[in-house]
Design a protein around this ligand. Structure first.
Ligand SMILES: [Mg+2]
Length: 401
C-alpha cells in the first residue's frame, strides 16, 4: 500500500483529501503546516507528498526546498496544490514542472491520475535503487562510504571539473567543451566516475553533487566570459534524477542570471533513457529550458534502437553520436552507414552533430567526408583541468582538421 503525506493548513481541504485517498485504499499521514510536514516526511518516508503552496510560516516552496536538500527525501514525488485564483502560484508551479501541481478545486479523477502517474515512476526508481543496493561489492561499499562522508561534510575539495573540447571540423577551432566530473579521494585515490556516479544516483547523493557541478561550471564560465571568451558553449551532463527534479528549471535560470552568463552558452546533456522514461514531460522540460536560451544535447546517441522514431519530436540543439559508433568507423561499413544517415537526419532537423571518442585520423577523415560538424576525442584533446583548458583557450589554437 502506498503512503501519501498531505500537507495542507486548511482543515476542510485536508479532511476531504484524506477521505478521498483512504477510499482509494492509500495509507495517509497529514500535517497542518509546512514545518510539521517536513518533519513527517523525514520520519514517515511517504511514497508521495501532496502539499499546499500557500501556508503560513513555511510555505510549499520552502517545504520542497527543505526536502530536496535531504538525500532520504530528495526523490519523493511532490505535487503542489494551488488555489485557482493565485496566478503567481500557477506560474511558479509551471516553472517548477507542469504536471506536478493541481489547481483547487480538482476532481477526484485529476487527483488520482496525478498520483498514480507519479507513484509508478517512483516505484520504478525505488526498484532500480534496491537492485543496486543489494549487489554492492566491498569496494563499492567503501566508495559509497567515502562519498557519503564528502557530501555530509559538504567537502567538495576532492572533486574537480575537467573540460574536454569539441573542435569544429571546418575551422579547427574549439567551439564547445563538455564538463566532466573527477574525484580524487584521500583514502581511495582517483575514483572513476563510472564507479561513483551510479552509486551517487542510487543513494540520493547525486542532487548535491549535481548542484555543485552546475555551480562550479557557471563560476568558471563567468571567468571565461569576463576575460572576453564568448561563444564558447559548455555542456553539463545531467543525471535522470536531476532532470526530473521539480525545481530544475528555476535552479538553472538562477545560476545563469546570478553569474551574468549568456544562457545560450550553457548546454545540458540528456540521454535517451532519461527522455524515454516520460517523453511528454521530458519535452515540456526541454522546451522550457530552451525558451530561456539554454541548449539541449542528446548524449550517447545511437545506443537505443528507438532513437530514430522519436528524434523529430525532441526540442534540442545538438546530437552527440556515441563513441561506440565512432570507434573503427572507417573499417566497419555498418557503423559508417548508420553514422552517415544519423548525420544527414540530424542536419535535416537542424541539429549540430558532435562525434564522441574520435581517436584516429581514419575515423576523423570519414566523419569529415560525411559532414559531421564537430569532433570530441583523444585525437585532439583529453578532458583537461580547468586551468589547462583555460591556457588552451588563450592560445586561440586552430587544430588541424
Ligand atoms: Mg556527455
Amino acid at each position: 500500500m502506498s503512503k501519501i503525506l498531505v500537507i495542507e493548513d486548511e482543515e476542510s481541504v485536508r479532511d476531504n483529501l484524506l477521505d478521498l485517498l483512504e477510499a482509494e485504499s492509500f495509507e495517509t499521514v497529514a500535517a497542518a503546516n509546512g514545518k510539521i510536514g517536513v518533519e513527517m516526511a523525514m520520519s514517515e518516508y511517504p511514497d508521495l507528498i501532496l502539499c499546499d503552496i500557500m501556508m503560513p510560516e513555511l510555505d510549499g516552496y520552502g517545504v520542497l526546498a527543505a526536502l530536496r536538500q535531504e538525500p532520504s527525501t530528495s526523490t519523493i514525488p511532490f505535487i503542489f496544490l494551488t488555489a485557482n485564483a493565485a496566478k503567481s502560484d500557477f506560474r511558479q508551479g509551471m516553472n517548477m514542472g507542469a504536471d506536478d501541481y493541481l489547481t483547487k478545486p480538482f476532481t477526484r479523477a485529476e487527483l488520482l491520475i496525478a498520483i498514480l502517474n507519479k507513484l509508478e515512476k517512483y516505484a520504478n526508481l525505488k526498484k532500480n535503487l534496491s537492485a543496486i543496493s543489494n549487489k554492492l561489492t566491498p569496494r563499492m561499499q567503501l566508495v559509497l562510504h567515502q562519498l557519503k562522508l564528502a557530501i555530509k561534510n559538504k567537502n567538495f575539495e576532492d572533486f574537480d571539473i575537467y573540460y574536454q573540447p569539441s573542435i569544429d571540423i571546418n575551422t579547427g577551432k574549439i567551439t564547445s567543451a563538455e564538463s566532466l566530473l573527477r574525484w580524487q579521494n584521500a583514502e581511495l585515490g582517483r575514483v572513476s566516475p563510472l564507479e561513483f556516479i551510479p552509486l551517487a544516483e542510487s543513494h540520493g547523493l547525486i542532487i548535491d553533487i549535481g548542484n555543485w557541478v552546475l555551480k562550479t561550471v557557471c563560476q568558471q564560465m563567468q571567468i571565461w566570459q569576463d576575460i572576453g571568451i564568448h561563444n564558447l558553449t559548455i555542456a553539463v551532463n545531467l543525471s535522470p534524477i536531476e532532470f526530473n527534479q521539480i525545481d530544475l528549471i528555476p535552479k538553472v535560470i538562477d545560476l545563469i542570471s546570478s553569474h551574468n552568463l549568456q544562457s545560450n552558452c550553457l548546454e545540458l546533456e540528456l540521454t535517451e533513457r532519461m527522455i524515454m522514461e516520460d517523453m511528454n514531460l521530458a519535452i515540456i522540460t526541454m522546451e522550457k529550458l530552451r525558451s530561456f536560451g539554454v541548449k539541449i544535447a542528446l548524449d550517447d546517441f545511437g545506443v537505443s534502437n528507438n532513437s530514430l522514431m522519436y528524434l523529430k519530436q525532441l526540442p534540442m540543439d545538438t546530437l552527440k553520436i556515441d563513441r561506440d559508433f565512432i570507434q573503427d568507423i572507417n573499417s566497419d561499413y555498418r557503423k559508417a552507414a548508420i553514422t552517415k544517415s544519423l548525420i544527414q537526419l540530424g542536419h535535416d532537423l537542424d541539429l549540430k552533430i558532435i562525434a564522441e571518442g574520435v581517436e584516429t585520423e581514419a575515423e576523423l577523415a570519414l566523419l569529415r567526408e560525411n559532414s559531421c560538424d564537430a569532433i570530441q576525442g583523444y585525437i585532439y584533446s583529453p578532458a583537461l583541468p580547468a586551468l589547462e583548458f583555460h591556457k588552451l583557450l588563450l592560445t586561440n589554437k586552430s587544430f588541424s582538421v
